[in-house]
Design a protein. Sequence first.
Lengths: 432, 612
Amino acid sequence: MRPGDPTPTSRNLNPLMHPFSRARERTRALNAVKMERMFAKPFVDSLEGHIDAVEVLCRRPGSLTAVASGSWDGGIILHNLSTRKPIAKIPQAHKGKASGLSFSPDGQRLLSCGVDRNVKLWAVGSDSTNTEVPFNVFPGKAAFNSIDHHRTEPLFATASNTVQIWDETKSAAISNLTFPTSTETITSVRFNMSESSVLASIGSDRTFTLYDIRTGKAERRVVMQMQSNALSWSPTFPTTILLASEDHNLYTFDIRHLEAPTQIYKAHVAAVMSCDWSPTGLEFVSGGWDRTVRIWQEGKGRAPEVYHTKRMQRVSSTIFTGDARFVLSGSDDGNVRIWKAKASDKLGVVTARERAAMEYRDSLKDRWRVDNEVDRVARTRHLPKSVHQTNKLKNTMLEARRVKDERRRKHTRAGENKPKPERKKLVIAEQV
Amino acid sequence: MDSLIARAGAIQPLNKKRRISHAASKSSSKAKKSSSNSDHTLNTVASHTSIPKSLQDSRSLPEDGSSYKHIANKKLRTQLNRQAAQGARAKALLEDAEMLLMDEAGGLEAEGEMDRTWRVGQSDILQSAGQEAAKGRREYKLDGGPYRSRYTRNGRHLAIAGRMGHVSTFDWQTGTVHAELQLQETCRDITFLQDHSYFAVAQRKYVFIYDRDGVELHCLKGHIEPTRLEFLPYHWLLASVGNPGYLKYQDTSTGQLLVEHRTKLGACTTMTQNLHNAVIHLGHQNGCVTLWTPNLPHPAVQLLAHVGPVVSVSVDPSQGGRYMATAGRDGTVKVWDCRNWKGAVRDWQVRGGGDPELDWSARGYLSVASSGTVNIYNPPSIHTPFHVRSPPPLYMTHPIPHRPLTSVRFAPFQDILTVGHSAGLSSVLVPGSGEPNFDSREADPFENKKARSEREVKALLDKIQPDMITLDPEMVGNLAPVSKLTTEVTTVNGKPRTDIPYARLPRIDRLRVSGKLDETEENGAGEDDGEDEESKKHTKEEREKRKMRGKGKSMKRYLRKQRKNVIDPAAVTIRAKLEKQKEEKKRTAAAAAGDTGEKKKLSALDRFKRSK
């Protein structure tokens, strides 16, 4: 053996040579899961600049670093996430709140809408010099609540009291999409990502509506128990849509079967204000009135990852970054915060040995997840006192309601008052 | 909308699609083909996501036998199937890897019919052994009284302690002495801690811990007059037992005196550990052997092994700690099966007097040192049950003229047996006794400084909590046994009530669930008990009709007063008596009716009777 050679090792896999292998593996799993919690430092940075609450966030397509945020003071800031400095600032983009933001597919133009009844088109590409003056202004008749650009064509949709489709080159809306009986305000509108002519909107009349811009009609409408606050199309499953509801839950729907949600996501203790899918389509982020940001696994309706800080107020907008490694949240305190999507993720260069160790730890965690103590450590999250108390209260109320229902059922004729599955409770009516 | 999406050739979720194709495959293969063709997503993705053919495992999976067809949940079933397949593959690979073991165990073999292995002496073995192996034969001539010795787990270092206070640790292969101490007081035992960098000595009054260079680090005043020491390496526990008869566990990683068990069996001079479950075996003056774990205040097993004092205990590491050998002062050696304690598997009497000393090697060779000779027996015959009290066939024997022989220790990963006696120590070669292949992740005889320190850190991270020590080391990661207490109670409707937790059940139901309810009365006198649930169903008039029928009798009243949940011996006997009377009455009634042959005992010849 020469100096510098790796130490020769010898293995004997006879189980008698390895006493307590299971107990030791469990200890290792416990250590791994504790380490995960120890290194769970999800907060990366907070981006300042707005002087009022952040209302909307939007990532630039094709870029991992550029993100635009709009605020209640009417200002728009284009942030660079890697340098954590603003690329462009438009302090008075709108009078009043800047309520919607959307990039054009090439990422060179930014559309913004506001409650001042204007949609403005800004040139924010690398070659644009003057970002102070809008490239184009589209006057509307009512305050706008949301805007979304078409995936490929130079079209965009706005939400006010109706859903309107605009062409970038024309100054007036090219079509008006409304469900015949709808009179209420539309709060949000989003184009489907692969079926790009399909459009979804939610309104303050507790509805969720699907449109097709080829036929120019509202195709289907669902009335629910409570109003939804945000919606997001899944990037991988075009028929899946996610709704953030006022009733503290999130719902995924398969738009082919609108009579019941495919999954209910329960953890927020106040209204959910925003939601956004990860580009992988496997997880999504939501922000709520309860001052927390939660990251959910698709199809797993409980125990999400939860992020909070002392200074973060009610979260009005959340998005994933394009590489699915970070989550951004804009909140009432006027800051845009950057969080890691995986709380204990290590940033920076990871060596091969480190990577191997991480993978080993992950597999240990997965294998020993059924162990009580391992599971307890992995599950436990510290929550702010207010959230914790609210959660307790909420649980008490729900339990009381359940008990009352049960008693009522017990005292009615058998079979008359059947318990309704939770998923069937949500949709009141489906209209075609 | 549906038609719209369908026309645009939308991607559907894969699992949905699969279900369709699965259903189709049941009907016909043609349909299956067409359906798989139509699954664009699957077709486009499959070619990019599978492993190249050259890397795919072409061998079929070994038959494991475990099938999870009964599990309804598809996801879980798939996961379990995958796990089973992986387990089977790992098992196959494990068998494969045995080929790669470098060394083979040696051993003595008799050539002729009349030849015996025990006729081969040390000089013959030395001649035929290799030069390196022959280094193991040594004589340490020391005059510190009878010596005890202990090897580190990797077999590289040896610690010796003489009765008169001579303590030394050294690397016996290179001859490097780490520490040499003259403690000037009685030393009864010595043990290394996690590796050769620390050792503990049981001295006259307390246990002391020294570092490698022999600097006294700790005096463990909690351990009074210790006689024997054991170190549990995976739990980092130092166990000691002494003249006061207390078994004490000290956590050497935190320094905390974890627990002290009062054995209540007097001074104890015999202790050993089971390497596979970290249970401490103690041998006592009254002939008892007790097994201890830190979390039980009483012995996990107590066994009367000998009629006199137990002088030595050893556990077989080669069979996963299945066999235990004990030796008594009367000169008997017994081998026990630790799975059931129904008598010794084998026992025999050693020749000559003196306290036999026992040790079991890693490959199952048992050495018995008594009265000037060390006898070594080899594995299968030691624990094959034998009805005659005779020793198993001897494998080797070695005379040592310095009585008494106070300790025997096999060296790990070496074919060496070290015998401590009044004139020092002598190491003899026992071919085949040591495990030939070490695992450098567990114990490496060739490790360097850095590897040693890293191993220490790793071992500390992997330290097992002391309350996990049980008789069955496989307890970890198994499902908990099903509780005998279930909350399923039959209600009035005859349906099990699962909605009420045990704690909220009424007392009578709780008693019934836990099997403590005396149900005799319910059968006998339950019908006329108005409070019973069943009788609530009866109509009011019916209840009124039989309200006072036979209730006023003093005996019935007495019985009624004894509540159902109270087991009163008097009431029980009376109930039994009543039952008997009832039976008697019934029988006489039956006899009066005329059928008597019904219950007649069959005779042996009745089998030839023609059946009607």
